[in-house]
Design a protein around this ligand. Structure first.
Ligand SMILES: [Zn+2]
Length: 212
């Protein structure tokens, strides 16, 4: 569901430019609003969320899908934890649909999906691992990399129940906005994937804005 925000970028408490292939890792406090902007269009932002006070409680795709009775995420979607609590809610969305069933790219899946020679290519899982290593203060480890959301990514499910990775439905300047219900760690891999159309074969930067 398309819904525009009333928040003005000049009133944001912080703004970050995240280059293609980089990670973004920050704590957002309960009540704050996080906006992710697809600056040039057709980008995928592979995102993990954790309850900041206990990262073992984290975003759960299956709890979220079951509770909302729908596969895609958009305005009004409540992002559930594995303890079935509301972690965040999507409060504005100018893209209209986000994926949470396609998973993130890894060097291993690149070899299965594309070619053995793709093994050395940069993947989202590498970015998350680097983020965890460079930010020990958040207390995450390899085991904590689980279900993610692919903001702006188009993974339609066919009538036969198959997943397909399709050309994006996002466009330059489209954004999604989330309100944190609990203190939340936000870990984004701005996807470096070059082998499928989720990034239009051309990874591009995103912008992150946070309002108090
Ligand atoms: Zn990726």
């Amino acid at each position: 569901m398309i819904k525009e925000s009333t928040l003005q970028p000049e009133h944001a408490k912080s703004s970050y430019h995240v280059k293609a292939g980089d990670y973004f890792f920050v704590k957002v406090n309960a009540g704050e609003i996080l906006r992710i902007v697809d600056l040039e269009g057709n980008q995928a932002a592979d995102t993990l969320f954790y309850y900041a006070n206990n990262p073992k409680e984290r975003y759960s795709a299956m709890d979220t899908i079951r509770e909302q009775g729908a596969l895609y995420l958009t305005t009004g979607s409540k992002l559930k934890t594995n303890h079935n609590r509301d972690l965040l809610e999507i409060v504005a969305d100018t893209c209209g649909r986000h994926d949470t069933v396609g998973g993130a790219c890894a060097t291993e899946s690149n070899t299965v999906r594309y070619d053995l020679e793709k093994r050395c290519m940069h993947a989202c899982r590498d970015s998350w691992m680097l983020a965890i290593q460079e930010h020990p203060e958040y207390g995450l480890c390899k085991d904590d990399i689980t279900h993610n959301i692919n903001f702006f990514m188009n993974v339609p499910v066919t009538v036969n129940g198959k997943l397909t990775f399709e050309d994006g439905i996002s466009a330059p300047g489209k954004y999604v906005e989330l309100e944190a219900k609990l203190d939340t760690l936000v870990l984004i891999s701005n996807c470096p994937q070059l082998n499928n159309p989720c990034n239009g074969y051309n990874p591009t930067p995103i912008q992150i804005l946070i309002w108090e």
